[in-house]
Design a protein around this ligand. Structure first.
Ligand code: NAP
Length: 498
């Protein structure tokens, strides 16, 4: 039954956007060895598409195409690059329903949330269409007589973009848009679980008039992903790697990029603290936590992984939270009112189960959720859970759970909670709720994270620099800072002028 519904969801996608081969040099092509891999409905595991499985050969062909297209694209006036990005943006927005259906079918998030992801991803394309016009250099005060000195910004060259499955559209759009705005060409590999949305995006870019070879996508299974990516890492023509995914893989790719000294941006894992001080507006704090935590079923790098609540408001906060969490509807993406879809795959469900079992074994109390639900619709639905009595020794305090689980830690004073919040190798996002202006000014700069939400749970935006510190990576996506990662600085000195 669910399988049929999944197919119904896909049937909203026009045939022109249901692509299952690589996009290389403006052509859609299968793998030379005809290998294919299955893309599955995350709820049931049923195959929803068979996609060409790339190898080092297709990766090299994509790099060839991107290198060939580079001189023409970097010489294209910024105004024209901006115009094409605006056309791509318009095409994405126009196909919101189809793209949302693709996202929901392959990734599982509720359709309304998937439409939100389309708008969110598209906003980066619109933003960087405008930023393309603002790539500027500097005229320097010359150091010597008869000299002229100035600074120009140039595109870094061919960019390799590797993306995860949790936001199949937004993560890749956030990389391709600034790269194209800067005058770079792109080779990209989406995640095994979610290649369909990326392929549809490439088709829309082609329809918008993007020249052949400027954007190339090679799909690959988990088994063959390393071969594709390694070919790009070893290729001296690829001058930049931009990666979003786990810290372990990010470290491996950074090491492997060293031989060709690529410019590298890494958007890696997080372990976000969410602090509720005794002077917080509890209602706002619960609403902020619900928004931050349960987006994409908790499978979000910036979602709070550890919730610290002051002793004096702990019980009142937990009761409000329990009520809000038990009100969440779990189910297939295309059912109305569903807030939490299936987890991405069996590995994800297993990890959530292990984190819950470990926490309970170490004394945490599960006050709601945690069990599998909707099993008739598939094995990957998890009821959102709240645990109290969480401690730093538990796995869910040290690792990203990446699921709908809220562990609540009690704290007594400000210095103690700041220490606890920073006691992690990760540093992506942190959140805190307080109505005390002096506390806000004091606490925010002490949090070792790239992003801080203050009385706010929804912080991601195209106007802001998204990224982390410590083992959450380096580089920024979005905002004017996001373009720097795709530009290099050239200093020019002209002499003999006087
Ligand atoms: P992942 O396993 O690191 O995979 C990310 C990408 O890397 C996928 O395309 C994957 O391909 C590829 N990959 C995996 N192993 C590789 C290897 N040895 N060589 C080359 N490529 C390889 O991460 P994920 O499970 O997809 O995504 C979840 C993680 O992403 C979480 O840690 C989350 O916090 C992080 N994330 C961070 C941000 C951010 O902005 N900081 C945003 C979203 C997600 P396959 O899919 O084929 O394995």
């Amino acid at each position: 039954m669910t399988e049929l519904r999944s197919q119904d969801c896909l049937s909203r996608v026009p045939a022109a956007l249901r692509l299952d081969t690589h996009c290389i040099g403006g052509r859609w092509q299968p793998s030379a060895d005809a290998a294919r891999f299955a893309v599955t409905d995350p709820a049931t595991g049923a195959t929803i598409a068979d996609v060409a499985d790339g190898s080092a050969l297709e990766a090299t062909q994509a790099a060839d195409a991107a290198s060939t297209a580079l001189p023409g694209w970097r010489a294209t006036p910024a105004r024209e690059r901006a115009r094409l990005l605006r056309r791509w943006h318009a095409a994405i927005v126009e196909h919101t329903e189809a793209l949302a259906a693709l996202i929901s079918a392959e990734q599982g998030k509720p359709l309304a949330e998937a439409a939100g992801e389309v708008a969110y991803g598209a906003s980066y394309v619109a933003w960087f269409a405008e930023e393309a016009l603002r790539i500027q250099g500097d005229i320097l005060a010359a150091a010597g007589t008869g000299q002229r000195m100035w600074v120009q910004k140039h595109p870094v060259g061919v960019v390799a973009a590797i993306t995860p499955w949790n936001f199949p559209l937004a993560m890749i759009a956030r990389k391709i848009a600034p790269a194209l705005a800067a005058g770079c060409t792109v080779v990209a590999k989406p995640a095994e679980d979610t290649p369909l949305t990326a392929l549809a995006l490439a088709e829309l870019a082609a329809q918008a008039g993007l020249p052949p070879g400027v954007l190339n996508i090679v799909a690959a299974s988990r088994e063959r992903a390393p071969a594709v990516v390694d070919a790009w890492l070893a290729d001296g023509r690829v001058r930049k790697l931009t990666f979003t995914g786990s810290t372990a893989v990010g470290k491996h790719l950074a090491r492997a990029s060293a031989d060709t000294l690529k410019k590298v941006s890494l958007e890696l894992g997080g372990n976000a603290p969410f602090i509720v001080f005794e002077d917080a507006d509890l209602e706002a704090a619960v609403a902020g936590l619900m928004a931050a935590k349960f987006r994409n079923g908790g499978q979000t790098c910036v979602c709070p992984n550890r919730v610290y609540v002051h002793d004096s408001v702990h019980d009142a906060f937990v009761e409000r939270l329990r009520e809000a969490v038990t009100g969440l509807t779990v189910g297939p993406a295309w059912e109305p009112d569903v807030r939490i879809g299936p987890m991405i795959n069996a590995r994800a469900v297993e990890k959530i189960g292990q984190h819950l079992a470990d926490a309970v074994a170490q004394g945490a109390r599960l006050i709601t959720g945690g069990m599998r639900v909707r099993e008739a619709d598939g094995p990957h639905y998890v009821a959102p859970a709240v645990l109290t009595g969480a401690t730093p020794a538990m796995r869910l305090a040290c690792e990203e759970t990446f699921g709908p689980v809220v562990p609540v830690f009690r704290f007594h004073d400000e210095a103690e909670v700041i220490r606890a919040a920073n006691d992690t190798p990760y540093g992506l996002a942190a959140y805190f709720y307080s109505r005390d202006a002096r506390r806000i000014a004091r606490v925010a700069p002490q949090l070792d994270t790239g992003m801080v939400g203050i009385n706010e749970g929804a912080i991601a935006s195209e106007v802001a620099p998204f990224g982390g510190v410590k083992e959450s990576g380096y580089g920024r996506e979005g905002s004017r800072y996001g373009l720097d990662d795709y530009l290099q600085t050239q200093y020019l000195c002209e002499g003999q002028l006087g």
